[in-house]
Write a protein that binds this ligand. Sequence first.
Ligand code: ADP
Ligand code: NI
Length: 220
Amino acid sequence: MMDHEVDQQRILLAAETLVKEKLERDSSGHDWWHIYRVVQTTKRIAAQEGADGFVCELAALLHDVVDEKLNADPAAAQRELEDWLAASGTPAAQVEHVLEIISTMSFKGGARPPMATLEGQVVQDADRLDAIGAVGVSRVFAYSGWKGRPIHDPSVIAREQMTVEEYRGGNDTAINHFYEKLLKLKELMNTAYARELAEERHRFMELYLQQFYAEWEGER
Ligand code: ADP
Ligand code: NI
């Protein structure tokens, strides 16, 4: 191994320790194992797409530590992250790159900026892939339960026809989140390889919903 590879491994390990500490007690779907899965998928996509593996993995590890759902004070969390990166031994250009990826990923509100670099696209794809497929299904129900929301309410399906304002005014269900977001994620993949991975996960969700409705009506 070359020296800088040893450094990179050390930095990635330190980031892992930091993130585990921070996310350990979360039950909103941002637990350590979400990070683990995003890292695994990130590595796979990065290798296929020829992206910088170190930047991808570091950004994947740290992508949720500034999330406002996890931090009472997101600005303080952002400063902590910047300080940590500056002291980590990561070269300045890569620190900038990782910070840019994380801030683009956690952008809130309309007019979401597109990912400027391949590495950012890879990590964003991996994060979105974790919201679909069998794992995605599990996460929707975990999140809904955490929010105290019902699994399903057939009258909510009709809300698909309503305006966004009317829709948001009603009470959310887990099943409704598939239509609001999860079934749209396949089309939002940045990279060709992630789109490929998304296909199977998407088909699985469609199959899941078919089975769900059939069971709901006692048809199967
Ligand atoms: P990210 O990991 O990209 O920050 P979010 O914070 O948007 O994702 O959501 C985390 C998980 O919780 C995802 O799997 C998502 O599907 C689920 N989730 C988010 N909002 C809702 C919702 N309104 N109803 C059900 N599940 C949700
Ligand atoms: Ni995430």
